[in-house]
Design a protein around this ligand. Sequence first.
Ligand SMILES: Nc1ncnc2c1ncn2[C@@H]1O[C@H](COP(=O)(O)OP(=O)(O)O)[C@@H](O)[C@H]1O
Ligand SMILES: O=P(O)(O)OC[C@H]1O[C@](O)(COP(=O)(O)O)[C@@H](O)[C@@H]1O
Ligand SMILES: [Mg+2]
Length: 478
Amino acid sequence: MAISSTDANAPTFSGTGDLADNTTSTAKIISFEPTYLQDLPHLTDYVPDLQSRPNPLDHNPYFHTVDGFYLTGSDVILRHITFDLSETFPSPSRHLAYHRAGPRKDIYFESSNVRAAIVTCGGLCPGMNTVIRELVTGLWDLYGVREIFGIVAGYRGFFSMEPRRLNPKLVHDWHKKGGTVLETSRGGFDLEKIVDAIEKHGFNQVYIIGGDGTMRGAVKIYNEIKRRKLNVGVAGIPKTVDNDIGIIDRSFGFQTAVEMAQQAISAAHVEAESAVNGIGLVKLMGRNVGHIALHATLGSRDVDCCLIPEVDFYLEGKGGLFEFLNQRLKENGHAVVVVAEGAGQDIIPRTEAQKEERDESGNLVFLDVGAWLKSELKNWWDRDHPGELFTVKYIDPTYMIRAVPANATDNLYCSLLAHSAIHGIMAGYTGFVAGPVNGNYAYIPLEDVAQAKNAVNTKDHKWSWVRSVTNQPDFVSC
Ligand SMILES: Nc1ncnc2c1ncn2[C@@H]1O[C@H](COP(=O)(O)OP(=O)(O)O)[C@@H](O)[C@H]1O
Ligand SMILES: O=P(O)(O)OC[C@H]1O[C@](O)(COP(=O)(O)O)[C@@H](O)[C@@H]1O
Ligand SMILES: [Mg+2]
């Protein structure tokens, strides 16, 4: 993606106290770094003679399009808001700015010509229905679009099922439902067939709601649309209960899932406390990243050990899990262990066939770390403490934490995401993702989001905080 610098000069240290007019502060301001603006793909890049027109919000009785209402190309958000000023050379990656999301004065679609398609792909996540609802009502109410369609059952639905016509009346209570009314699936991605179907149905706006896999597919769709020079805008709306997509602050539904996970941890705690040498074991989602486990652990404070995919662990010997739990049982009489589904996958014995098993999207199928851990814990206790009372209660709330409707915060977040995506597409941007960056909504190139991962940083303060809350071992010495 092209990056343009708003100031190509090296850093300057002016120290002049040059302040904005409306402040009376006498504090000095030091001018420091240039900013690099992340370019965004636009339909006019490859569709010649595309005409712009005034935004119909000018005539919408609910909006006051006063000065400052519309955003322009110079409204930006910084990707990183913390810097080390001692670093001498400015770098595009550290001093990157994204275009701010929001309505533009000029748009590139005539509302009566818009045919919008909405699709949901991958695993469930709280809030998917809210995003769909808000896309429909937003297109309808803000821009007067009347041709809005839902693609059924994920990517495969483009070419294998009839699109479902949507309107505000139909979707009015969808935000109260978990899952996705449009249905979703894994696999079934056929680029040619999908783009052929987009052409056949005359869709000129495509809203794709999905996780990392879906975004990688969306990049391919956008590139093929560009190759065919189609006047079709593509927007991605990142969905992942695991919170494994990078650049954006967090994914919608994540907070709801963490909240639900608390209930499982509380139950595990009660079960463990009420037994002699009781262990409560909770498995939480997180294929490659441990954000749900980490946040649920910090939120609950009942957890003695949190195991995540980013940190290898071992069971036996000095510094191992058994030694730690033995100590905890001696001290407290009970312990709670939270394990993310992707943790420990490298130490669970598996057959050759299991090593190869993948789901329809190509994701590795994981073995049940919770069930394995439960059995290992029982074997360990029977071996080292024969005849002593011991209980492991294993709770797997996997689908319960993601199949619920979004909470209030996530619902609001979903609405802002949907509206941001609509404004961006109407303004002619394409191949982008709408998402929050440092608390503000931004347009980010799809390609960048599809590649960006969001693993738990085990070197930062948050992970140290987990370890200080749990006192668990760091599993560094075997
Ligand atoms: N690299 C890829 N290229 C094209 N399509 C992909 C790619 N990875 C995944 N997909 C498709 O995206 C959809 C969702 O992917 P999946 O990994 O199941 O979920 P998620 O998007 O939630 O990560 C599936 O239809 C899958 O076939
Ligand atoms: O049983 P399913 O539907 O394949 O989903 C299981 C996976 O879905 C997730 O909840 C989310 O994964 P995606 O965001 O990639 O869809 C993972 O935590 C989990 O491994
Ligand atoms: Mg995924």
